[in-house]
Write a protein that binds this ligand. Structure first.
Ligand code: AGP
Length: 612
């Protein structure tokens, strides 16, 4: 996934583009580049491998690029290794056009072969360059810019968010999108494109979200938008309501730590408006009781941490609803011939709302008649806009690649959805409903209690940051929670770890446990605490070092067993993971810190994976 920003107005473009790219670096950071255009100097490009700082250094060492129209790109490589030539913008061989691209052109090889046959000389190994060269081909054949753009888009297959500059149009920027996010920003005498609002919120809060197939032509005076048939489109404008500071570190060392600490507020913003007098209320849902009663099966479809939310949700929803809940990795679901029909509720969970696998799974489920309900953090994102219903996690922008507050709010919202459905279907015992909703309201305060001892995890990390493998074990909700604890550790500290259903250890994995092996034993799910104890004894007998995560009511019992204890407040079993995940986030964070890892931008990762 890559970051795009574009601008046309009366201010020098480069400083504005670089500031925007800095806010987009979480989307990909293996190379970056800018292109500006002016009547006097035409198209001017600078781009290079490495972080944005490398591009800044390059620009500082050269005469300034002059122009008040331009675009920038920060890359997460898919085709073509990270290097100067493969970075964006790409310029056509005749220098008539420059493009930046997010997505994958799936038929780029065929187009490249055609152009090579036409004598075009390519510079890079990327798929994206074919767009620049094909545009140039049509320009040379006499097409005007918009004609050329539509002719190129007709031939492209795959996903694209495009910024396009034409050398002979110094006040114009063209944008196009299909299956990759791109929004329009409306300013006073200036206009923008961006992959997400964080890049331009310092300049405008008025945005519109481009739809698949649309083309936008931006000048300082306005933005004209056309649909795939080149018919003018009047775009609905939205106002971004969170402030710039929400997308800044605010004095924290890392966005990830900031977002861990923001979890109580993120939960308040997500839960409180939907919890009135002890009742879960979803004003935003279109789902009717009649439709709700028609569901025979629930699918939860997601990737990564969002999938882990689904794994936890399965336990709660099946207990609340007495309906089968199938949790599927989106990348598997989309190719598995899912048995979805009009009696299926398909819950798609995604922080970014742009994950391509989840988007494709949504479309597969819709094509089979499923009712799509999305749980998404980014307002107006693709998954949100293609669903029948959307529940937004109001966690605010999440910048760190490793999700924390979005995960927590997704989890709370999914539990709330289970409560709401259980009550509507008359399948949830009133006492349990009241007990869980009461604990929901108490969650933010209890989270603050956990966060107040964040420093204790620093000591624990100092003991274990040099390990090369860690096991997470747990049962029921603790097993599902361990999946997230393991992923957090892997993705930011690069320590290999495994998460196992504790009852499964004896079926093979326990052969890996030897003296000194670090095992994080999750023992927060009260109904199976005795089983958790026996699993701890089991690994201790083989010499494991055990860090146990448990609740206040089991503190003493666990203290006798474990080498180290992480204790969280007691809550309702269904909500315990919302508290239990925080120590696991902090454990991973401080270990990664001790290891000197790039916590907000882990190697090889990006915040939203908009490629297969
Ligand atoms: C989580 O820390 C990871 N960054 C990753 O697993 C992420 O959860 C996954 O890519 C899904 O992203 P989404 O929620 O935006 O769809």
């Amino acid at each position: 996934m890559c970051g795009i920003i574009g601008f046309t107005g009366s201010s020098p473009a480069v400083p504005l583009l670089l500031d925007g790219l800095e806010r987009l670096e979480y989307r990909g950071y293996d190379s970056a580049g800018v292109a500006v255009i002016s009547a006097e100097k035409g198209l001017q490009i600078q781009k290079c491998k490495g972080r944005l700082s490398a591009l800044r250094e390059r620009l500082d060492s050269l005469p300034p690029l002059e122009g008040t129209t331009g675009m920038g790109h920060t890359r997460w490589a898919t085709h073509g290794e990270p290097n100067d030539v493969n970075s964006h913008p790409h310029v056509s061989q005749n220098g008539q056009v420059a493009i930046v691209h997010n997505g994958i052109i799936e038929n780029y090889a065929e187009i490249k072969e055609f152009l090579l046959h036409e004598g075009v000389r390519f510079r890079s190994d990327t798929d994206s360059e074919v767009v620049a060269q094909l545009l140039d081909y049509y320009f040379t054949a006499g097409s005007d810019p918009l004609d050329a753009v539509y002719r190129v888009l007709e031939r492209l297959e795959g996903a694209y968010a495009l910024g396009i500059l034409c050398a002979d149009q110094p006040d114009m920027l063209i944008a196009a999108r299909k299956d990759a996010p791109l929004l329009l920003g409306y300013g006073q005498g200036e206009n923008f494109i961006a992959s997400d609002a964080t890049a331009i919120i310092a300049h405008t809060r008025t945005v519109a979200y481009m739809e698949d197939g649309e083309v936008a032509v931006l000048t300082p005076d306005g933005i004209a938008v056309y649909d795939e048939y080149r018919r003018p489109v009047e775009k609905q404008r939205h106002t971004i309501d969170w402030d710039v500071s929400a997308a800044e570190k605010g004095g924290y060392a890392h966005f990830m730590f900031k977002e861990i600490m923001e979890q109580p507020d993120a939960l308040r913003h997500t839960v409180s408006p939907r919890l009135r007098d002890g009742e879960v209320v979803f004003d935003e849902l279109a789902l009717t009781e009649e439709k709700l009663r028609s569901f025979q099966r629930i699918y939860i479809v997601a990737c990564g941490s969002s999938y882990h939310v689904g794994m936890l949700g399965k336990y709660n929803l099946e207990r609340f609803l007495r309906l089968p809940v199938e949790v599927c990795l989106a990348s598997e679901f989309r190719y598995s011939g899912p048995l979805v029909d009009e009696r299926s509720l398909v819950i798609v969970i995604s922080q970014s709302g742009e994950t391509l696998d989840s988007m494709a799974a949504l479309r597969e489920a819709r094509s089979r008649g499923g009712y799509i309900l999305a749980i998404v953090n980014v307002v107006g994102s693709s998954i949100a806009r293609e669903s029948d219903d959307v529940l937004y996690t109001w966690a605010g922008p999440e910048i760190a690649v490793a999700t924390t507050k979005a995960y927590s709010t997704q989890l709370a919202l999914l539990t709330m959805l289970g409560l709401w459905m259980g009550k509507a279907l008359g399948r949830l015992d009133g006492a349990e409903y009241a007990a869980v909703t009461a604990e929901l309201a108490a969650l933010p305060g209890k989270l603050e209690t956990v966060l107040s001892s964040a420093g204790a995890y620093q000591y624990l990390a100092s003991l274990y940051f040099n390990r090369d493998c860690v096991f997470f074990i747990g049962r029921n909700l603790d097993y599902a929670l361990g999946l997230e604890g393991s992923l957090k550790l892997k993705e930011i500290s690069y320590i290999h770890s495994e998460s196992y259903a504790a009852g499964e250890l004896k079926h093979g994995t326990i052969s890996l446990i030897e003296p000194g092996t670090l095992v994080v034993a999750l023992a927060t799910y009260g109904p199976l605490i005795d089983k958790a104890v026996s699993n701890i004894v089991e690994v201790k007998a083989r010499g494991a070092e055990v860090v146990a995560l448990t609740t206040e009511s089991h503190r003493e019992r666990m203290a006798e067993l474990a080498d180290h204890l992480l204790v969280i407040p007691d809550s309702h079993p269904a909500l315990q993971p919302n508290l239990g995940v925080v120590p696991l986030q902090l454990f991973a964070y401080y270990i990664a810190l001790q290891r000197g890892c790039d916590i907000d931008k882990p190697k090889n990762l990006a915040k939203s994976v908009t490629v297969e």
